[in-house]
Design a protein around this ligand. Structure first.
Ligand code: SF4
Ligand code: SF4
Length: 188
């Protein structure tokens, strides 16, 4: 059974999510196909279909503290499986944005550190560069030698490379980051 707390901001949250994601929350059938395909659904306290239901029922900012927001790996399986064509992953994105802008984010463990390391490598190299990301992350955690035994296998299987890829449009990516920082500074 789903219970939600009444909140003065409840309607605003639903409206804000619909505006950012472009999703009409009222068309959700609650079939739960999004949850059954979600790779992190079983690990999270709140599953995607529950997020959809709570939003539809006008949940307030407490929803922004849901653990799944920061466990979600943006694989878009939920969106692909939805019989109503709802972009559930887009809803997750919208909720993350709102969690950050409303100061309601409850990122646990090293998630913020990982996000920072990931985004920094994309900003500098124009795309993910795993070696730099892992090094920055491990330096941040202070556990530089953790999981090093996996490194040779990953290298051998081509899951990781020593040098960054020089493809892609670095200038455009840098411009996107610059613009985003400017917008953030302007409170957009
Ligand atoms: S798969 Fe779509 S319709 Fe079904 S519960 Fe998830 S969002 Fe709702
Ligand atoms: S995008 Fe996120 S919520 Fe959707 S299936 Fe993937 S991990 Fe789950």
């Amino acid at each position: 059974m789903i219970t939600i707390k009444k909140s003065k901001t409840s309607e605003a949250l639903k409206d804000a999510v619909e505006k950012i994601s472009g999703v009409d929350l009222s068309v959700c059938l609650q079939c739960r196909k999004c949850s059954s395909g979600c790779p992190v659904g079983k690990l999270a306290k709140t599953r995607p279909s529950e997020i959809m239901r709570r939003l539809h029922l006008n949940a307030g900012n407490e929803l922004l503290e849901s653990d799944i927001l920061w466990m979600c790996v943006s694989c878009e399986t939920c969106s692909a499986r939805c019989p109503m064509g709802i972009d559930v992953a887009g809803v997750m994105d919208a909720l993350r944005k709102l969690a950050l802008s409303r100061g309601a984010s409850k990122q646990e463990g090293n998630v913020p550190l990982f996000n920072k390391a990931f985004l920094k490598t994309v900003e500098v190299f124009g795309r993910t560069y795993e070696m730099a990301m892992i090094t920055a992350y491990k330096l941040g955690t202070g556990k530089l030698m953790n999981d090093t035994e996996k490194f040779p296998t990953m290298l051998k299987k081509g899951k990781i490379s020593l040098l960054p890829s020089l493809g892609g449009d670095r200038k455009t990516v840098k411009r996107i980051f610059k613009k985003t920082k400017q917008n953030k500074g302007a409170g957009i």
